[in-house]
Write a new protein. Sequence first.
Length: 394
Amino acid sequence: MGNTFKIYMLAFISFLAGTAEFVIAGILDKVADSANVSVSTAGQLITIFSIGFALGSPIIMMAAAKMDRRKLLMLSLLTLVVGSILTATLSGFTFLIVSRVILALGTGVFLTTAMTVAPKLAAPNRQAGAIATILAGASSALILGVPIGRVVASAYDWTVIFWGIGLLSLLGIFAVAKTIPSTEAEAPVPLRQQLAFLKRPNIAMAFGITFFVFAGYSVLNTFLTPFLSNVVGMSERGISITFFALGIASLIGSKLGGFFADRIGSSRTLISSVIIQITSLVLLSTILSSTSGSVVIEVILLMLWATSAWIFGTTQNFNLASLAPEASGIMLSLNTSFIHIGIAVGAGAGGIVVGSLSMLAISWIGAVSAVIAMLIAAISFRITRPSKKNVPMK
């Protein structure tokens, strides 16, 4: 069995882990009905997951720093199996919270470990591509996992999704045991050393931009299913098609991020992507407020919003790696944590807005958060721009 196949196998399992994370947003209304809670309350399951991912998985990775990577992959998959079974079998919102935490820990540890194992399986000049393949597997959950999950939840009970994830994760344990070679752990980076980078103003502001962009993204994305149903007025079939379209938009955005960052620079790409997010959300909110908009136009605006968000996500990784090239791995790890903290805060804020104001208000809140991100970005790029006084005379 070739190493390329092994990398793609890890990418497929990453797709399962990504689906365990993202699919809740696509079936939030059905989960809320099953747990006998409001949609705004059910949205906090995404908050819980993101907090567990951002805070719990780094702690486990440090605690398991000396563990063989193959064993750690298997342990994380076993955690996914347990979390999936608990999600599918235990009723009640409290048990859902517990199962989401378990799934978050399994997902976070698996993805992090897979991104360290895949480069060691790749040829010397293909290591970056191996990491990209793992990330593509996880992000493809947005393209396939969420819309398929919506279709399955409509035809059957939503818990069938997690039975499927649990079963395939169990098979993944055996696949990893049979195919992935034992891999020694790399020397762990102390938490103090990782957090020391936050003392640099440009890096701290960069993470602030990440936080507000993904907080704004999460405000709407968490409650997108009831938003499409109650505000846009879509049918079940229309919601499934829209999720598929947004998944395609996310994939396109991920590819365009690298394309534009190479050609016009990270700074311009980041600013432009955030401006597009703001514009699409403001136009969407305005059209929906007037009750005279076309569903086609509204879906196009949502696709622009999703595309620009993922343009930002890809470009920000390049940007952070350039800010501290001597510690690019730490930068990307911290950025992942800030993404999930932003998602957690956005989901929590969205739940408050939905419960106290209206479903339409979440698109406005998302736009406000993106505006804050743009202001931080403008300040950050301005203070880091070389001063004319410091440019040597020719």
